[in-house]
Design a protein around this ligand. Structure first.
Ligand code: UGA
Length: 442
C-alpha cells in the first residue's frame, strides 16, 4: 500500500521505517530539510535500536523516500499518517496542537478525493472530530481516523512490529478495512485489534499513559512512606508486583518519570477533562504530577544532606543524563534536572551517559560531560546514580572507589546492588530504603 508519514520525529521515523519494512511504499514528510536529507541517506536522526538498519534497507529497496513537500505527499497517496509533535502549550497545561493543525491546513486543500488522514500523535479527545470538521471544508469527501501509537523509546522498532494491541478509531467501515490492511502482519500474528470511534481511540492512548504514570507515582509515594517508616520500598514493590492483578511493571521506585510523553500527557489530559467538565474525575493526575516532580527535589535534598548540608565547593559525579536507559533523549529528564540543580547550588558536576551526551550538552551547556565513568567520578565527594543504564550495574565498585574522594553513592534508581557496593567500602544510600537493608560502610 502507498502511504505518507508526516512528521519524522520519534513516532514518524519509526512508523515510516517499519511500514516500509513490511512492504508498503512510504513517503516520509518533514519541514526540516536537514533531517529529510539525513533520512533520505538512510541515517536516523535519533538513537534507537534497530532503526538505522531498517531505514537503510527501506531506502535502498526504494520503498522509503522522504520529502519536505506536502504537495508531493498529497499527490503520492490516499493514506496519510500524521505523526507530528503535540508538546505542552507554552502558556498552559494543555497540548499545543499547532503542528497538527498546520499539517491539516497544508495538506487539506491538496488532498485527493477519498483520502484518509490518520492521526497517530497523542491528542486531546475531540481533536479528530475537530479536524474532520475542518477537512469537510478544505477537502470534501475525505476522512479522519485516529490510530494511537504505544511505542516506547528504546524499544520503538520492536514495539511497532510486535505491538500488544492496535487501536483503530474510525467513522466508516472503509477506513477500518484500510487500516486493518496496513497492519496485515500484526493481524496475521494474532495481535488484537480494537476498532472503535475516533474519540475512544484518542482516549485509550492518554488513559494508558495516565495509568502508567499513576503506577509510577504510586510506588514513589510508597517510597516516601517507607522513608518515614523505616521500610524498604524495593521489597514492597516486588511483593506488590507478585500479585498478578497488580503486576511488577512500572512499579520501579526512584527518581520518577520524564521524557516527552508522560509529564505533558497527564497535564494535557487533566486540562482537556476540565474543558469537558470532567476535571474532577482526573484531578488525581495533578497529584501524580506533584509526586513525580517531588522525587527530583527529594533526590537533590538527600544528596545535599549526604554532603553535609551544602553542595558548595563539592564535587559530584553523575551517572546518567537520558530520561531512561536505551535512549539518547533528555527531554524533561529527571537525571539532567537533578544534575543541573546540584550545579546551580554550587557543586562541580561531571556527567556521564553512554548515549545522551550530545543532547545533554545542548540542553545544559554549563555541566561538564564525559564518556568515561571513572572520569565522571574522579575526586567526587558523592556519586549520583540517576539513569539505570545496564552498564552502571556492571561497574566494579572497588575500582571506582579508587578514583573518588569519598566512596558515597546515592542510587536514585534503586537498581544497583547495595551489598556489592557496601563490600567494596562504599556508603550506599537510596530513596525509600533504610540503612539496615542497604548497609555498607557509613
Ligand atoms: C511512554 C509509554 O510507555 C509508551 O507506551 C507511549 O507510546 C509513549 O510514552 C508515548 O506516549 O509516546 P516512553 O516515554 O518512551 O513511553 O518511556 P517509558 O518506558 O514508558 O518510561 C517513561 C518514564 O517513566 C521514564 O522516565 C522511566 O524512567 C520512568 N519509569 C518507568 C519509572 O520511573 N519507573 C518505572 O517503573 C517505569
Amino acid at each position: 500500500m502507498r502511504m505518507t508519514v508526516i512528521g519524522t520525529g520519534y513516532v514518524g521515523t519509526v512508523h515510516a521505517a517499519c511500514m516500509a519494512d513490511i512492504g508498503h511504499e512510504v513517503l516520509g514528510v518533514d519541514i526540516d530539510a536537514e533531517r529529510v536529507a539525513a533520512l533520505a541517506a538512510g541515517r536516523a536522526p535519533l538513537h534507537e535500536q534497530g532503526l538505522d538498519a531498517l531505514l537503510a534497507s527501506g531506502v535502498s529497496a526504494g520503498r522509503l523516500r522522504f520529502t519536505t513537500s506536502l504537495a508531493e505527499a498529497a499527490a503520492f497517496a490516499n493514506l496519510h499518517f500524521i505523526c507530528v509533535g503535540t508538546p505542552q502549550r507554552p502558556d498552559g497545561a494543555g497540548a499545543d496542537l499547532r503542528y497538527v493543525d498546520s499539517v491539516v491546513e497544508g495538506i487539506g486543500p491538496r488532498l485527493r478525493p477519498g483520502a484518509l488522514v490518520v492521526g497517530k500523535s497523542t491528542v486531546p479527545v475531540g481533536t479528530a472530530a475537530r479536524l474532520a470538521g475542518r477537512l469537510a471544508d478544505l477537502a470534501p469527501g475525505t476522512e479522519v481516523a485516529w490510530n494511537p501509537e504505544f511505542l516506547r523509546e528504546g524499544s520503538a522498532v520492536h514495539d511497532t512490529m510486535h505491538p500488544e494491541r492496535l487501536v483503530i478509531g474510525v467513522s466508516s467501515d472503509r477506513a477500518d478495512a484500510l487500516l486493518r490492511a496496513v497492519y496485515w502482519p500484526m493481524r496475521r500474528a494474532g495481535i488484537p485489534v480494537f476498532s472503535t470511534d475516533p474519540a475512544t481511540a484518542e482516549l485509550v492512548k492518554v488513559a494508558s499513559n495516565a495509568f502508567l504514570a499513576t503506577k509510577i507515582s504510586f510506588v514513589n509515594a510508597m517510597a516516601e512512606v517507607c522513608d518515614s517508616a523505616g521500610a524498604d520500598v524495593t521489597v514492597l514493590a516486588r511483593a506488590m508486583g507478585a500479585d498478578s492483578r497488580i503486576g511488577p511493571q512500572f512499579l520501579d521506585p526512584g527518581l520518577g518519570f520524564g521524557g516527552s510523553c508522560f509529564p505533558k500527557d497527564i497535564r494535557a489530559f487533566a486540562a482537556r477533562a476540565e474543558e469537558l467538565g470532567a476535571g474532577e474525575a482526573v484531578a488525581f493526575l495533578h497529584e501524580v504530577d506533584r509526586i513525580n516532580t517531588r522525587q527530583r527535589r527529594r533526590t537533590v535534598d538527600r544528596a545535599r544532606e549526604l554532603l553535609g548540608g551544602t553542595f558548595a565547593g563539592r564535587r559530584v559525579g553523575v551517572l546518567g543524563a537520558a530520561f531512561k536507559p536505551g535512549s539518547d533523549d533528555v527531554r524533561d529528564s529527571p537525571a539532567l534536572a537533578v544534575a543541573a540543580a546540584a550545579q546551580a547550588e554550587g557543586a562541580a558536576v561531571r556527567v556521564h551517559d553512554p548515549q545522551a551526551l550530545d543532547n545533554a550538552r545542548a540542553a545544559c551547556p554549563d555541566l561538564t560531560y564525559t564518556l568515561d565513568v571513572p572520569k565522571a567520578c574522579e575526586g567526587a565527594d558523592l556519586v549520583l546514580h540517576l539513569t539505570q543504564w545496564p552498564e552502571y550495574r556492571a561497574i566494579d565498585p572497588a575500582a571506582l572507589a579508587g578514583v573518588v574522594r569519598t566512596p558515597l553513592i546515592l542510587d536514585a534508581r534503586n537498581s544497583l546492588d547495595p551489598r556489592a557496593w557496601g563490600a567494596a567500602g562504599w556508603a550506599f544510600r537510596a530513596l525509600g530504603r533504610p540503612l539496615s537493608t542497604v548497609g555498607g560502610a557509613s
